[in-house]
Design a protein around this ligand. Structure first.
Ligand code: FAD
Length: 628
């Protein structure tokens, strides 16, 4: 059957990670009937996997820290391509959002005097990551879910129903957004277990669907991350920015092959771990770029002293931003100085007593023991780059999270949104981003609903069309196998649009993506019906992965410079002219990807004044600096 269950809400939040839950809490607090939809089980999202912590300039461990230092670090990490307003709001509001979590019941690790402890991480000048061992994301999700349950209990006391104002639809995938003219009118999707359809009628949608990593074979991302929110936004008339910037985390597992890509947290380096090549050399000293030279130690002795005396020594180069470390590892392996499994060595065993390693990095200890039969208190780990995070995403208004483009009533927060992190995200800045912008998106989605006179209504024709598209892979016989298509897509993206990019390969990638698009249009689920059918689910995800990959490849070809998570072998330098340009993706009427150049908003003078001119001159044109 093609019956479609119908639900009415004020705000529909797609995604139950940190951004989605925080947005839903805020929408409900504003009195809106709110639905939370999650493709996976409730509680299973990337956010739960986050290990290191949430960055917030609380100044608990080093009192010199404040929002201005955090803002500076974030802009530097993103190589000044960040939306400055987002970076400003994030740095200013993150501490409040972390403290607020405590009022929801979060228990962070403590300093000796009982304050929230903060740990060092790459690119952050001071210890700044609030954390719970290496299981911070779990605490974040646990607390946000707990808050939702408590709100549901309040609603029960008042209305007799737990679901009256906030309801969770888990294992439910949204496949299409619905419009009424240029306004959001709802969302269409299906229950993954029964395959039955659902229609949400709602005037406001918050996208909080996370990332796109599954378009790459070696990735820290799990199966849900097929770029659905990015693609839903595009198809609804919104725009994506800077999709060329992907973060390859320097340390994923490389052995055994079955777990290749699984993350090894940066906390290992934050807590003293060092990278060595096959000659046992701490090679990162050879890879400190000019723009960072002043902040990083030149000798092992100085680097080692920094852990105990950060005021009088400079940081170890292992704690450079991720893009730098990933490229360095890539170069070492290419030069033949890699580990047996094609990575490099990450050594914590010789740096900390075993007992401390187990206490500070319990998940890593467990992960290596279980998956690789390596005891990290005794032996080094083998690690290499893994596709981890997408800096690009839905182009949004920085204050409200409202999507740009031609659509009204669409909001985005968290990894699916773009701008905040510029060309490269600092570790720890995602969990804080989710809280800051999740709250803002929920608040503004609720406020938007209040401005509407008449509720937009989905068009029946559009609902029928969405159902037809969803059923097509089931009715088609003899079509393409979705698993083969995914492998082919991953090969194109990994081989031709990976860490190091070249014009010829990118052109080739676009040609192959075009061919894949035709094949994906002919994908068949290969039997199995609608009841929990993973082949069907993947068949539907593929068209999202494909359009998002096209945006990435197109923008990567267009941007003729190297910056953050985009490295062009044929254009190795950073260009001040390119720093002023955002690449914006949209779909035209035929569904083809269209790319446009837009100026990066110029930083307000008082924010510019937070930097030395000599530093700014490394990034900006004379014209920009002269205008100041
Ligand atoms: P997610 O938490 O990814 O949630 C997305 C949600 O959307 C899920 O519920 C998913 O089911 C749902 N969804 C997706 N598509 C659909 C659809 N079509 N229909 C319905 N639902 C859908 N960042 C840090 O700051 N610090 C860290 O220490 C850290 N460690 C990390 C460790 C790992 C292993 C990984 C993978 C990431 C880490 N990150 C870290 C990054 C950070 O965890 C993520 O960027 C962040 O959690 C993203 O949160 P989100 O709320 O945007 O989305």
């Amino acid at each position: 059957t093609t019956t479609t269950e119908r639900h009415l809400y004020d705000v529909v939040v797609i995604g139950a990670g940190g951004a989605g839950l925080r947005a839903a809490i805020e929408a409900r607090l504003a009195g809106k009937r709110t639905a939370i939809i999650s493709k996976s089980l409730f509680g299973k999202a990337h956010t739960v996997m986050a290990e290191g912590g949430a960055a917030a300039a609380m100044g608990n461990v080093n009192s010199r820290d404040n929002w201005m230092v955090h803002f500076r670090d974030t802009m530097r990490g993103g190589k000044f391509l960040n939306n400055f307003r987002m970076a400003e709001l994030h740095a200013k509001e993150a501490p409040e959002r972390i403290w607020e979590l405590e009022t929801y019941g979060a228990l962070f690790d403590r300093t000796k005097d009982g304050r929230i402890s903060q740990r060092n991480f790459g690119g952050h000048e001071y210890p700044r990551l609030a954390h719970v061992g290496d299981r911070t994301g779990l605490e974040l999700i646990r607390t946000l879910q707990q808050k939702i349950v408590s709100l549901q209990q309040e609603d029960f006391a008042e209305t007799g129903s737990y679901d009256s104002r906030i309801r969770v639809f888990q294992e439910t995938t949204i496949t299409e957004l619905l419009l009424d003219g240029d306004r959001i009118a709802g969302a269409f999707g299906y229950y993954r277990d029964s395959g039955e359809f659902l229609l949400f009628e709602a005037p406001a949608v918050v996208l909080a669907t996370g990332g796109v990593g599954r378009s790459y074979k070696v990735t820290s991302n799990s199966w849900e991350y097929t770029g659905d929110g990015h693609a839903l936004a595009l198809r609804a008339g919104a725009t994506l920015i800077n999709m060329e910037f992907l973060q390859f985390h320097p340390t994923g597992m490389v052995w055994p092959p079955s777990v290749k890509g699984i993350l090894v947290t940066e906390s290992v380096r934050g807590d003293g771990g060092v990278l060595r090549n096959s000659e046992q050399k701490r090679f990162m000293f050879d890879y400190v770029p000019d723009v960072f030279r002043k902040q990083y130690a030149e000798t092992e002795e100085e680097a080692d002293r920094w852990y105990d005396d950060p005021d009088n020594n400079r940081r170890p180069p292992e704690l450079l931003p991720r893009d730098e470390v990933a490229r360095a590892i890539n170069s070492e392996v290419k030069a033949g100085r890699g580990s047996p499994a094609g990575g490099v060595f990450l050594d914590i065993a010789s740096r900390l007593p075993a007992e401390q390693i187990v206490r500070r990095l319990p998940s890593m200890h467990h992960q290596f023991k279980e998956l690789a039969d390596v005891d990290i208190t005794k032996e080094p780990m083998e690690v290499g780059p893994t596709c981890h995070y997408v800096m690009g995403g839905v182009e949004v208004d920085p204050d409200s999270g409202a999507a740009f483009g031609t659509v009204l009533g669409l909001f985005a927060a968290g990894e699916v949104s773009g701008g905040m992190h510029g060309s490269n995200r600092l570790g720890g800045n995602s969990l804080s981003d989710l809280l800051v912008f999740g709250k803002r998106a929920g608040e503004h989605a609720a406020a938007y609903v209040d401005t509407l006179g008449k509720r937009p209504k989905p068009d029946r024709v559009d609902v029928a069309a969405a159902a037809e598209v969803a059923l097509a892979p089931l009715t088609r016989s003899g079509g393409e196998n979705p698993y083969t298509l995914q492998q082919d897509l991953q090969a194109v993206m990994g081989d031709l649009v990976g860490i190091i990019r070249r014009e010829g390969e990118l052109t080739d990638a676009l040609k192959r993506l075009h061919e894949l698009r035709l094949r994906v249009a002919n994908v068949a689920a290969g039997g199995g019906g609608r009841r929990y059918n993973p082949g069907w689910h993947l068949a539907l995800d593929l068209r999202n992965m494909l359009v998002v990959s096209e945006c990435t490849a197109k923008a990567a070809l267009e941007r003729e410079e190297s910056r953050g998570g985009h490295t062009r072998e044929d254009f190795p330098g950073m260009s001040p002219q390119w720093r002023r340009i955002n690449l914006v993706c949209s779909l035209d009427e035929t569904g083809a990807v269209h790319l446009e150049r837009k100026p990066v908003p110029a930083m307000r003078p008082e924010l510019l004044d937070l930097f030395d001119r000599s530093e700014l001159s490394k990034y900006m044109t004379d014209e920009e600096l002269g205008e100041e």
